[in-house]
Design a binder for this molecule. Structure first.
Ligand code: NAP
Length: 320
């Protein structure tokens, strides 16, 4: 099956592409970039092919600056955009990135009209909304990576803290992929046992853990300039789930229309059933009073930010 990656010369774009090349369900990958980065993605392709030969993997990788080449892709990944520096919030990127994402979402609608769009560009919740409106795709076919990566980071923290294998931890971050993320402690389980039944629950430093997850991306950016492997493997999970029609429940950014406590006309991270049609169902989660309060704050913040950003650039990103 064919997957295209837009912004493939970037650090996330190339890591995602290489990670997908190793997945047997993916047979063709198109690396798309602007003309000025074509040399770079040609070089990346040659280097990837050498690595894949070492692993006896046969996959077709095509570098291209011609966006028509995304035709017939099952999934198109948008990773193009300005990245943040350690002192920036993801929301600081919104105005330049909204223009980039809107432009590419329209090209996806033109050349790969049956595809599923997976947005990586930050601030991802706002960008998913922009991609949904600009492409005109039904909401099940426009999703964003954010809280799935946050949830993987949280799993790691639990696994280390309690010295338990990471596969035993079932926990989620929902809401915004940013400062308003919400840890769903009330539905966290370890080895099938609800975390609230563990003796450690009462003394659990939830605020400290949330701070750690919130700052996890900035911490990496501070040290090495960008996050790469984390987003790449998180994207690979999402792509495999869709292409294999696995019906896994992952926490992805999706357009809400009242399913979660009446929240509507905003894109936020929530648990969804994911399969070959993209989002096949939004899973309504029971939240504690505190969690619900935080989720409502996240929804309000992202919705207001989305409206403000669209108002600032609406002449340039004509949604029709
Ligand atoms: P990067 O290395 O700077 O690459 C970004 C790529 O975007 C560039 O290589 C370029 O691709 C494209 N681009 C940049 N400016 C552009 C413009 N004006 N018009 C069109 N394309 C442009 O950045 P990165 O570290 O890969 O990060 C990419 C995005 O992913 C950022 O917004 C970052 O915040 C986000 N991100 C999100 C998550 C998540 O969990 N959602 C995780 C990590 C990063 P071409 O030259 O190939 O066209």
């Amino acid at each position: 099956m064919k997957v295209s990656v837009i912004g493939a010369s970037g650090r996330v774009g190339k890591a995602v592409s290489f990670c997908l090349a190793e997945e047997s369900v993916v047979s063709k990958i198109v690396l798309l970039s602007r003309e000025k980065s074509l040399d770079k993605i040609q070089g990346e392709t040659l280097d990837m092919n050498d690595a894949l030969a070492a692993k006896d993997i046969r996959v077709s990788i095509t570098p291209s600056a011609n966006f028509e080449d995304m035709a017939d892709s099952k999934i198109v990944i948008i990773a193009a955009g300005v990245p943040r520096t350690p002192e920036m919030t993801r929301m600081d990127l919104a105005v330049p990135n909204a223009k980039i994402v809107a432009k590419y979402a329209k090209l996806v609608a033109k050349y790969a009209p049956e595809s599923i769009i997976l947005v990586i560009t930050n601030p991802v919740d706002v960008m998913t909304y922009i991609a949904h409106k600009a492409s005109g795709f039904p909401r099940n076919r426009v999703i964003g990576l954010g809280n799935h990566l946050d949830s993987l980071r949280l799993k790691n923290i639990f696994a280390k803290k309690f010295n338990i294998h990471v596969s035993e931890i079932h926990t989620r971050i929902i809401g915004e992929h940013g400062n308003h993320m919400v840890l769903l402690l009330s539905s966290t389980s370890i080895g099938g046992i609800m975390f609230k039944d563990f003796s450690q629950y009462q003394s659990f430093d939830i605020d400290g853990i949330i701070e750690k997850v919130k700052n996890a991306g900035s911490y990496v950016i501070n040290k090495k300039g960008a996050t790469e492997y984390g987003p790449a493997y998180a994207v690979s999970n999402i792509v495999k789930t869709i292409l294999n029609d696995e019906k896994r429940i992952l926490t992805l950014t999706t357009y809400l229309d009242g399913e979660i406590y009446g929240t509507s006309d905003v894109c936020l991270g929530v648990p969804v059933k994911l399969g070959k049609n993209g989002v096949e169902r939004i899973i309504k989660v029971n939240m504690s009073d505190d969690e619900l309060e935080s989720f409502k704050i996240a929804a309000e913040y992202v919705k207001t930010s989305t409206d403000e950003i669209i108002a600032m650039i609406k002449e340039e990103i004509d949604f029709n």
